[in-house]
Design a protein around this ligand. Structure first.
Ligand code: ADP
Ligand code: ASP
Ligand code: MG
Length: 443
């Protein structure tokens, strides 16, 4: 059994959906995970924002516009009037559901229900298309098996057990379609795995079903060595280890949801990143193997806050770091980078929700300074294979960029640097020139 996930652009039009149907129709057993059609989740977010503001007229106009877009998809996707009619009825049910939220109080529960409609629509329309084409398949409701616990972590035992129960209901079926992104939470409510979460759904399903491979089909030919939205002349990396891919995903490579590598790594299931526009391209294979050593890729993560705690008492004071970390633990705020000196410790967070409370509590332990609008540049590779020289290449490339923090040695795969976000694009471009282009792709 393989798990194949198709992202928003890959199912972004009637034409793209037809291409996906061709790609998956080879008779081998698979679970196909679909995102919402591209743009839909953003539009649903906008509808929800409008509903929060009680701007119902504006919300209705946005809902109607999105509904019209789907009517157009229906017109283009199906050949027969019968299926067109069925599909129009189906999308009306979803849009009437969204419209019903203009009539009552709008809270986070209603927002989550609105956000779930994108994946429910794309999978239902795709399943209808397969039916019309005579391709045997079953639509599995992700809300029957995908679940997060009270800490918003996946409930793996529940997912495994309930996915198996769902699959067992359909003996002899080889092709299953299901929704990415959506799940239920600890209270049984509709929830989601955060933006870009369909990748995470695919890897959780892959792990739960003991898949032989997880394929993430998107609009680019694999993980590139740098952010293609910012840097010209990037190129796909043929092979990455799970740890390298996890670092890149976590530190900003948008092609993969930050958490999506771990479930595959735990079950040692290879993950392939493939391009729906270019299905023959090799893409990237993520597995327990790594490709060549040395620096492989660079990524950047924005929205970082740096916090420095300076204390004369830190010197020789064991227990100081524990006290500091406990503050972050109390506010369930993960720390990304950390650097220490004899008199101070600097660390970074990407969730500033409790920044005021955290800063206030940290002041008990010393003088606190906060810098916002920071970015982490993460350089990933196998630095064991190339023990020396990597640092020099990086610092040479960034010689005119002010560096706020440097973290090296935390793992063998990662060198992280903290910079002002205003310097990010320049840093990525200069690193590309200094590390990859000068070495003719043999960094
Ligand atoms: P999908 O909708 O299929 O999930 P995403 O938009 O989430 O697709 O991810 C694919 C996009 O990620 C690419 O189009 C590309 O612009 C962006 N991206 C950012 N960093 C990288 C990288 N290092 N390698 C490849 N793509 C990247
Ligand atoms: N549709 C969701 C989003 O746009 C999930 C995904 O595409 O992975 O964030
Ligand atoms: Mg994505």
């Amino acid at each position: 059994m393989k798990v194949l996930k198709f992202g928003g652009t890959s199912v972004g039009s009637a034409e793209r959906m037809k291409a996906v149907a061709d790609l998956i129709n080879d008779g081998s057993p698979k679970i196909v995970v679909l995102s919402a059609m591209s743009g839909t989740t953003n539009q649903l977010v906008q509808i929800a924002e409008t509903l929060y503001q009680n701007a119902n007229q504006e919300a209705n106009a946005l809902i109607d516009a999105l509904h019209d877009k789907y009517k157009q998809v229906v017109a283009e996707l199906y050949a027969t009037d019968k299926k067109k009619k069925e599909a129009l009825e189906l999308i009306s049910i979803h849009f009437d559901h969204i419209r019903s939220f203009t009539l009552d109080l709008f809270t986070i529960y209603e927002e989550r229900a609105v956000l779930a409609q994108g994946e429910l629509l794309s999978t239902a329309l795709f399943q209808f298309f397969l039916e019309e084409q005579g391709i045997a398949s079953v639509l599995l409701p992700a809300l029957n098996f995908m679940k997060i616990d009270e800490n918003e972590e996946p409930d793996n035992a529940y997912i495994s057990k309930n996915l198996k129960l769902e699959l067992e209901k359909h003996p002899g079926v080889n092709l299953f379609i299901t929704q990415g992104y959506i799940c239920r939470n600890a209270f049984g409510e509709v929830d989601n795995l955060k933006r870009g979460g369909s990748d995470y759904s695919a890897s959780l399903i892959g792990a739960a079903a003991d898949a032989s491979e997880i394929q993430i089909w998107t609009d680019i030919d694999g993980m590139h060595n740098n952010d293609p939205r910012v840097v010209k002349n990037t190129f796909p990396i043929a092979e990455l280890s799970f740890d390298e891919a996890a670092e890149l995903a976590y530190f900003g490579a948008k092609i993969l949801h930050p958490s999506s590598v771990l479930p595959a790594k735990q079950k040692n299931i290879p993950v392939r990143l493939l391009n729906t526009m270019q299905p023959q391209a090799h893409g990237t294979t993520i597995s327990s193997q790594t490709g060549q050593g040395g620096i492989k890729a660079v990524a950047a993560k924005d929205g970082i806050t740096a916090i420095k705690i300076k204390s004369g008492r830190m010197l020789l004071a064991y227990g100081f770091l524990r006290s500091v970390f406990e503050v972050f633990e109390r506010y369930k705020t993960p720390i990304d980078m950390i650097t220490t000196s004899e008199v101070a410790v600097s660390l970074t967070i990407d969730n500033p929700k409790f920044l005021t409370e955290i800063t206030r509590e940290l002041q008990e332990y010393g003088q606190v300074e906060v810098d916002q609008d920071q970015s982490i540049i993460c350089v990933v590779g196998d630095f064991i294979a190339e023990r020396s020289g990597s640092g020099l290449k990086i610092f040479e490339a960034l010689k005119d960029i002010p560096l706020r923090m440097i973290s090296y040695g935390g793992s063998k795969n990662n060198i992280s640097l903290l910079i002002n976000t205003t310097d990010k694009e320049r840093s990525l471009i200069q690193l590309n020139e200094g590390i990859f282009e000068r070495n003719n792709h043999n960094a």
